[in-house]
Design a binder for this molecule. Structure first.
Ligand code: APR
Ligand code: PHB
Length: 389
């Protein structure tokens, strides 16, 4: 088999890259380790920067998002039993769209099916080959048979645990990492969201976040110790802790109900440099991981894909390969700015083991400063709604 761009990974990065390239007449083949059902069962964040909204619309997958997504023009920060609103429109003139990543992935799969794109699901032993040669290829096994796809480029869109990053020679790449000493316990519940916009709460007992998927589906999180397991948290215990950490004006409106999904996710900041080696180019979680606090994971994957798809189009249009040569540096410049913001929000809102009361007061002091400063709110708003591509 032969294609122009072989894409390892059928998550948001791989699917969106394939969709943008196919619409420009560039052939692709996606090789995905899991089944489509497995990929679509993943519960992930749901805040889209407006740049992401525009890329999805340009990819022809914006219809359901525009019909079902929720436009949000602010968020709430809370501490010391008080909450205040950071108004995006008033401070930076921008907004975000609340629309679950699962829905984005569904829309991308449907669009790729409509284009007749080849997606090899449930592939095993996937291996990028000859990535430092002019004619790379990917080998994999499926249904007991071995396959080879010859290509011009390989896009490593296979996430943090994928094979692509590890295929780069270790002496040719550098990793930067910070692992946080806590996790997020998240639940999905068929109850009306406690607030029309997200509430990010700092509390001496730990962080809490009130989010949503739509007007009937709430997504709530509390910071928990890393050693914990989701089964250690019966719903009742979750609700009791969640109520302790939100301001009372919010908990007064809270509608509780049974969880339909419950899981714990670790938090880490991670960057692999560079994002290219030879004919292998990394996108999304394969190259970087952000703590979910700033809702940047999917949005950084989209900006990587935007840069890479534009560079590949220029290459195939016979113009030049300057954009391809600049891809890693251009993508990393935006990655590090979002990495910094996600780190800053995580440090501001969470309780750290062994933190002193002085450190908690400093966090509360910074949140109170943001509450009183339009300049501070503008800085937060322009980062949260997304820096320019
Ligand atoms: N071979 C083929 N596919 C693989 C391999 C492999 N060796 N390893 C992993 N994959 C697949 C995974 O099954 C997954 O479907 O690659 C895909 C990677 O998808 P994501 O992990 O979702 O990463 P990405 O597409 O970059 O999307 C980033 O997803 O995890 C969230 O928070 C993250 O919102 C961000 C977004
Ligand atoms: C979510 O809705 O899952 C979500 C929203 C905002 C975040 C993280 C997760 O910062």
């Amino acid at each position: 088999m032969r294609t122009q761009v072989a894409i390892i990974g059928g998550g948001p990065s791989g699917l969106l890259l394939s969709q943008l390239l196919n619409r420009a007449g560039i052939t692709t083949a996606i090789i995905e380790r899991q089944s489509r059902d497995h990929v679509l069962k993943r519960i992930r964040a749901g805040v889209l920067e407006w740049g992401t909204v525009e890329v999805l619309r340009s990819a022809g997958v914006g219809a359901r998002m525009d019909a079902n997504g929720l436009v949000h023009q602010g968020i709430f920060l809370a501490a010391q039993n008080r909450q205040f609103r950071v108004d995006f429109k008033q401070t930076c003139g921008k907004q975000v769209m609340v629309y679950g990543q699962t829905e984005v992935t569904k829309d991308l799969y449907a669009a790729q099916d409509a284009m007749g794109t080849t997606i090899h699901e449930e592939a095993s032993d996937v291996q990028p080959q000859d990535i430092d040669c002019e004619r790379p290829f990917v080998t994999f096994r499926r249904g007991g048979q071995s396959f080879r796809i010859d290509c011009d480029f390989i896009a490593g869109c296979d996430g943090f645990h994928g094979v692509s990053r590890q295929s780069m020679p270790s002496e040719k790449r550098k990793e930067f990492e910070r692992v946080y000493p806590f996790g997020w316990l998240g639940i999905l519940t068929e109850t009306p969201p406690v607030s029309g916009e997200l509430i990010y709460a700092n509390h001496p007992r730990g962080f809490a976040l009130a989010s949503m998927r739509n007007h009937r589906l709430s997504r709530y999180y509390i910071q928990v110790p890393l050693e914990g397991r989701a089964e250690d948290w019966p719903d009742q215990l979750f609700w009791e802790e969640f109520k302790r950490r939100l301001p009372s004006e919010a908990t007064a409106r809270l509608v509780t109900g049974p969880s339909i999904e419950k899981s714990i996710a670790p938090l880490r900041s991670f960057v692999n440099e560079p994002m290219r080696y030879g004919r292998l180019l990394l996108c999304g979680d394969a190259a970087h991981i952000v703590p979910p606090t700033g809702a940047k994971g999917l949005n950084l994957a989209v900006s990587d894909v935007h840069y890479l798809s534009e560079a590949l189009k220029q290459h195939y249009d016979g113009k030049d390969s300057h954009a391809l040569d600049a891809y890693s540096e251009r993508a990393l410049a935006r990655v590090w700015k979002a990495m910094r913001f996600s780190w800053w929000m995580t440090m501001l809102l969470h309780r750290f083991p062994e933190q002193t009361e002085f450190e908690q007061r400093i966090r509360e002091g910074e949140i109170n400063y943001i509450a009183e400063s339009i300049a501070a709110q503008s800085t937060m708003a322009e980062n949260y709604t997304g820096l320019p591509f």
